[in-house]
Ligand binder design. Structure first.
Ligand code: ADP
Ligand code: MG
Length: 339
């Protein structure tokens, strides 16, 4: 008899986990922005170079980390956000898996600077491919800055798999939009290769949409509001005459988290039935608030899929709320001679 099973060393386990969490620069953007939000920041800056391939940096003004936590934050399954399995069903943070920083540090050069409000100095940590290169005391403002350089430097296959800068930048901006739309109460800026691409002040939801998609968007938005025991809906749908051939501006947020749901998307398109020209898609920006006990977010590491206890009820409520809004604002069918 001979034993052949071994426990994988941490850096190998981290690299495997990274394969699930980090697909491209935009995944790093998502994780770092979410951490900044969870830290209670009200001002968040995203700096990228070469579409994030050489640098993704997020600077926040949140609560920062202690010396010990700064080091621990890079350990796998190290999180301040949940303590028990029950906490998974009453999440009020974006993160909870404690995997993002460990995964990112396994496949990039990471520099963290962080300081808590009442401390005079903060901490700077450099980690490359899971190896701590240095940890020093540093003078830095309150909050946290995480720089992620040379993504996939130690996994050439993944690095080569990245798309052109144009495509990767598109993904980064999509991610930035999703996070910024979910949090109009936080100011966000995006700098791309040294140029300011977005500067979004704290505002209401309508203004945030307009600041992102342009002034012309304002007249296109029809408010949707509904408040029932199981579901609160708040947001906007685009007037049918502005519907586009592409599916671009379609956003669902459930409890402030961007999610993808073909099923709920169908609820919207069925509410628009007869109002859209063939081949066009309605835009929508809808926030759904549900009891956290009735959803499960822990389906996929990227947390963009969600399991609802009662999908059918949500579908019906959503469809009727949107229909009601379109009716109330006298939205008439678009004359469509192609039908
Ligand atoms: P998770 O977000 O799932 O907890 P992460 O690996 O993303 O896991 O982060 C690990 C921990 O590091 C967090 O739980 C949090 O305590 C701390 N942390 C990460 N980013 C920040 C930040 N920007 N500000 C303050 N604390 C942070
Ligand atoms: Mg996180």
């Amino acid at each position: 008899m001979s034993d052949i099973i071994q426990l994988l060393p941490d850096h190998v386990a981290n690299q495997i986990a990274a394969g699930e969490v980090v697909q491209r620069p935009a995944s790093v953007v998502k994780e770092l922005l979410e951490n900044a939000i969870d830290a209670g920041s009200d001002s968040i800056k995203l700096i990228i170079k070469d579409a994030g391939k050489t640098l993704v940096q997020v600077i926040d003004n949140g609560k920062g980390m202690s010396t010990t936590d700064a080091r621990l934050s890079f350990e796998r399954h190290a999180t301040s956000k949940i303590k028990t399995a029950e906490d998974l069903f009453q999440l009020n943070t974006k993160g909870f898996r404690g995997e993002a920083l460990a995964s990112i540090a396994a496949i990039a050069h990471v520099e963290l600077k962080t300081k808590q409000e009442n401390d005079d100095v903060g901490n700077a940590i450099i980690i490359e491919g899971s190896n701590v290169v240095s940890q020093d005391v540093v003078v830095t403002p309150k909050g946290t800055s995480v720089s992620v350089k040379n993504l996939f430097f130690n996994i050439p296959a993944r690095r080569n798999f990245l798309k052109s800068n144009v495509v990767e930048l598109r993904h980064v901006i999509d991610e930035f939009h999703r996070v910024a739309l979910a949090h109009p109460d936080i100011s966000f800026a995006l700098y791309n290769n040294g140029n300011e691409a977005f500067n979004l002040p704290i505002s209401n939801y309508r203004q945030r949409i307009v600041n992102i998609f342009g002034n012309k968007t304002n007249e296109k938005l029809v408010p949707v509001e509904e408040d029932t025991e199981v579901l609160k809906i708040s947001g906007f749908v685009g007037k049918p005459e502005f519907a586009k051939k592409s599916r671009g501006e379609q956003y669902f947020f459930v409890n402030n988290r961007f999610i993808k749901s073909a099923y709920l998307n169908h609820a919207i398109s069925s509410a628009f039935d007869g109002l859209l020209k063939t081949g066009t898609h309605a835009s929508y920006f809808l926030n759904l608030t549900v009891n956290p006990l009735t959803i499960d977010i822990n389906i996929h590491p990227t947390k963009t899929e969600i399991k609802f206890d009662d999908e059918h009820t949500l579908y019906a409520l959503l469809r009727s709320a949107v229909k009601h809004s379109l009716g109330q604002f006298n939205i008439a069918p678009v004359l469509d001679f192609d039908r």
